[in-house]
Design a binder for this molecule. Structure first.
Ligand SMILES: Cc1cc2nc3c(=O)[nH]c(=O)nc-3n(C[C@H](O)[C@H](O)[C@H](O)COP(=O)(O)OP(=O)(O)OC[C@H]3O[C@@H](n4cnc5c(N)ncnc54)[C@H](O)[C@@H]3O)c2cc1C
Length: 478
């Protein structure tokens, strides 16, 4: 009980027995699979940093629920300070892992549920908030990692859940029993589901009357019977499997498709069951929180790209080149704008009726829109500065080859005095930062597609106030 060490976290994942497939094979040992281990190692840093003196003040805080120190990734925010800390820890974590640490999505679900379950209970006299708080206690007392099961596979995008030819295209309740419910469906792109102890599910979209079977939120252990993780490919995955050409970075990201093949959920783990009008609140709250998490994380990733680009300038002999310095400025301002927008969304946060705090939605969505476009620009600038070997660095095996190894090293030399091995390592890092698809594509689609951010911005902005300001200035008084 209490805060887990990095080793205790990895051991706790080892104790689980999930059903998982990858490359057409059943995976029986998740923790020692090199590809999955790289993801688990990234999540393990959220435990490791909680033990490090310099990060403790952000990573560890007192839970008002259990009156004990907890890892922030199990704490729904209950103050502006908590909202700000979310952004800071995500940036610090990205600095250390250079990819997705995978634990933010669970916190974002907990944060949304801490607000919405209370509101459902107020209207319907249900006891979802009590269920949720009991579950939260369990998460905090055991320092568990949660995965966000939000994105349904959705079938025909032009059709509502109830109108789909196959009714399982959105996760739904197929049976209600005395002891709980049975759910069926599939959630796509489940970041780090095998690095997590719990799968926390909420609806993926607004629902309407007739969609009651789809209005469901709950949590189940990641190794529940009927739950099947099918790990998706990512551009550099075979390198992890082969242990070759991965560079020095031992962290990575993987995203399974998670099939719920009639999974049982006991009633005390159910947080929504048929109250269709609250589906939209859950998904808007989750996705706003998650878009804000992204901004903290991705500003930290741009930090890594800036560091890579500047080191390569030293290694290539371009550190005094004017256009490179300008491009570094262009990268820094992108990171800081993203970070600033997320911090602002925290400082503008408000207390909700449950006592939990919610960020400013418009600012959080504005930061995600910025991320969607500007991460690719930051990547372009890093690659421009580093040079073409980001694309086609010879293999580790060629560098080690007795016939050709020394020759390649001779011709890969950069600035005088820089060991060629260092230059090679930096190119490998630049490649990873630019091309790890499971991470880079999340800049665009993670937390919802770009159009979802735009729609939220328009819906949540007080446009009437802006019209009134203009009308007053123009002398048009209504
Ligand atoms: C790397 C990565 C990690 C992720 N991690 C998680 C995770 O941990 N948990 C989780 O739950 N989800 C996760 N997601 C899922 C993410 O939220 C979705 O990818 C995103 O919401 C888009 O859904 P989709 O992939 O089904 O694409 P689609 O919804 O099919 O969108 C494709 C395009 O079609 C448009 N579109 C779709 N339907 C409509 C419509 N009806 N009207 C108009 N336009 C439409 C979209 O705007 C977009 O332009 C992750 C995604 C990625 C890429």
């Amino acid at each position: 009980m209490g805060l887990k060490t990095r080793e205790e976290y990895i051991e706790s994942i080892r104790q689980m027995n999930p059903t998982a497939y990858m490359f057409g094979e059943k995976i029986t040992n998740v923790v020692d699979n090199p590809r999955l281990r790289a993801g688990i190692e990234a999540t393990a840093v959220t435990y490791e940093m909680a033990e490090m003196e310099e990060y403790k003040k952000y990573m560890v805080t007192e839970s008002p629920l259990i009156n004990e120190p907890v890892n922030r990734f199990t704490l729904p925010p209950s103050s502006i300070e908590d909202l700000v800390a979310r952004v800071k820890i995500n940036r610090a974590l990205a600095n250390r892992v250079g990819t997705c640490h995978q634990r933010c999505t669970g916190l974002d679900c907990l944060s949304a549920l801490a607000i919405v379950t209370y509101e459902v209970d107020q209207k319907h006299g249900t006891k979802y908030h009590e269920n949720f708080n009991n579950f939260l206690k369990y998460m905090q007392e055991n320092d568990l990692a949660g995965n966000a099961g939000v994105t349904d596979v959705k079938g025909d995008r032009s059709l509502n859940p109830q109108d789909q030819e196959d009714k399982d295209m959105y996760l739904r309740i197929v049976e209600k029993r005395d002891d709980g419910i049975v759910v069926r469906g599939a959630k796509a792109h489940q970041t780090g589901s095998l690095s997590s102890h719990e799968i926390i599910v909420i609806p993926t979209r607004a629902l309407r009357k007739g969609d009651e079977e789809y209005a469901v939120a709950f949590s189940v252990p990641a190794d529940s019977p009927g739950l099947i993780h099918v790990v998706g490919r990512s551009t550099l995955d075979m390198r992890e499997m082969e242990g070759c050409d991965v560079g020095n970075v031992k962290y990575s990201k993987y995203c399974p498709t998670l099939i719920f093949d009639d999974v049982f959920v006991p009633w005390d783990r159910v947080f929504l069951c048929g109250e269709v009008e609250f589906a939209v609140d859950m998904v808007v709250k989750f996705s706003s929180f998650h878009r804000q998490s992204h901004g903290g994380c991705k500003s930290g990733k741009i930090d890594c790209m800036i560091g890579t680009a500047m080191t390569m300038m030293d290694y290539n002999g371009t550190s005094k080149v004017g256009h490179h310095k300008q491009k570094i400025i262009d990268m820094i301002h992108r990171a800081e704008t993203l970070y600033g927008c997320c911090l602002a969304s925290s400082y503008e946060g408000k207390e909700q009726p449950s006592g939990a705090y919610f960020i400013d939605t418009v600012l959080a969505n504005a930061s995600k829109m910025h991320e969607g476009k500007e991460m690719s620009e930051a990547t372009r600038l890093m690659v421009d500065i580093c040079g073409g070997y980001v694309a086609d660095l010879p293999s580790d095996k060629d560098f080690e080859n007795p016939e050709v190894g020394d020759l390649i090293k001779k011709y890969m030399k950069g600035a005088n005095g820089v060991p060629v091995e260092k230059r090679i390592k930096m190119f490998r890092l630049a490649e990873k930062l630019a091309m790890e698809s499971a991470d880079t594509i999340s800049d665009i689609h993670g937390g919802g597609s770009p159009e979802a951010h735009r729609v939220t911005i328009l819906r949540e902005t007080n446009t009437e106030q802006k019209k009134k300001a203009a009308q007053r200035l123009a002398g048009i008084e209504e």
